[in-house]
Structures are given as C-alpha cells and as structure tokens.
Design a protein around this ligand. Sequence first.
Ligand SMILES: [Ca+2]
Ligand SMILES: [Ca+2]
Length: 252
Amino acid sequence: MGSLNKLSASQVICLMFLALNTHARTILLQDDFSTTSISNTFRAYESEFDGGWWKMTGYGTVTNSKWTIGSGVVSNASAVPAFGYPLSTAAESVLFQVFSNAAGSGDISVRFSFDYSIASGDKFYAHLWGYKGTVITPAGFVCNIEGSANGGLGNDEGSSGSGLDSFNMKDGATTGFGGAATAISGELTGSGTFLTEFRIIDLGIPGVETVDDLTYFLIAFAKEEDGTAGTTFVDNLILEAFPVQGTAIMIK
Ligand SMILES: [Ca+2]
Ligand SMILES: [Ca+2]
C-alpha cells in the first residue's frame, strides 16, 4: 500500500477498525491471477455471468483485445494508439466479469481493492456496477464491450433485452454511466493499491439497503492508451462485503 504516508489520522483509525473486523467478511470475488483465464466475447451476455473473465473478440477491422493472464498478473501490453473503436480495441477494450452476489443478509458495506501498475503515459480505470432483479428468458446482455474505448464501458440498460436494473457502485446512478469519468476508481496512473469502501445504503438506490439486495456485480478494467510502449497490469483483486458500519474511504 504505497500511499500510507498520505493517510490522515482519521483514515488510519478507520483502517485499524476495519482490520479488527475482517473475520466477518464475505468474499464476493478474489483473484490473484495465478490460475484464472480469459474468454472472448463482445457483449456481457447474461448467459456468460459467472463465467470468469471476458475480453473483446476480434473480427473484421475490430482487433482482438490484448488483455492476458500470465506470471501471476493480468496485463495488457498493447500500445495501439487511442484512435478509438475499432482500432484501439487491442489496448482499450475492457476486461470484465459479471458474477452472482454471495453477500449475506447482514452485510451492509462493500470494499473493493486491487494492486495496479500503469504504463507511463497511459491512464487506467476500474468500473464497479451492481444489478438488481433476475435474468429473464430469453437472456439479454447488460453492456456491449465492442465499442468500449478511452477508459469507458457502455451502459446498455434499456436497449439490450436485459431485465436487470443496473447501478453504478460509485454513486448509485441508474443510467448514463460507463464513461471514464464515472469509473469508481477515477483516473489511475503510476502504481499502487486502489481501495474504496462504502455502505451500500449510502448509494441511495431504492430497495437496496443491504449488499444482498443486489443480485450480480460487474467489475471491468479499462485503459486509455497513449500509443507508446509499456505494460499495464493488475493483481490481488478483492471485492468483499461485511457487516461493519464504517466511514466511506478511498485510497489510491
Ligand atoms: Ca498475482
Ligand atoms: Ca502506452
């Protein structure tokens, strides 16, 4: 955690408080990238939920995403410049997965953290969304990764055949999110540990008061490529829920 020297006294107290309560946590998703792999697709289809990591498949002028898992990290070394879709897909199209929410009825807070190292000159964004409702038949898709570029990920609610309601875990927004500016991480550069923690009720989502009121989560990683060489990687991802009522924090 390279930014500890920047913490205020209240943040340090909060972290100590949280450390005392980690025994009660529920792991929602954890990955050290030592055994997982990535499949190819071009939309986040509901039939692909709980199917692990996905990235853009190439066809026509759309290039294959270069996110890859190896040497214990997930990385992207493509330096295709940020001309946008379809040419920048190799570098900029998101890595994502959607998974069932394992939170218990007593879980009221969410913590999301990962280590990152961003190639010099590039920018990096992490998106965290939640879904309410159940998948209907025929299944639709919740977002289209085909055109994702410049750190963004399209939010396709309402036009994708999905019966789920989607929410940005950054601020509870129900629509209009997915651009780089709406990423829960904000813009990340350099290297360090990103950590954010929040009470689910503070998002102000009607009918979502505890973490288990959501049925699925989406995590997506996106970079904005500057066109110069360099590898960006992520490791030690943890999304967890717990019954502690802590103060909202964010550390980069
Ligand atoms: Ca690792
Ligand atoms: Ca670069």
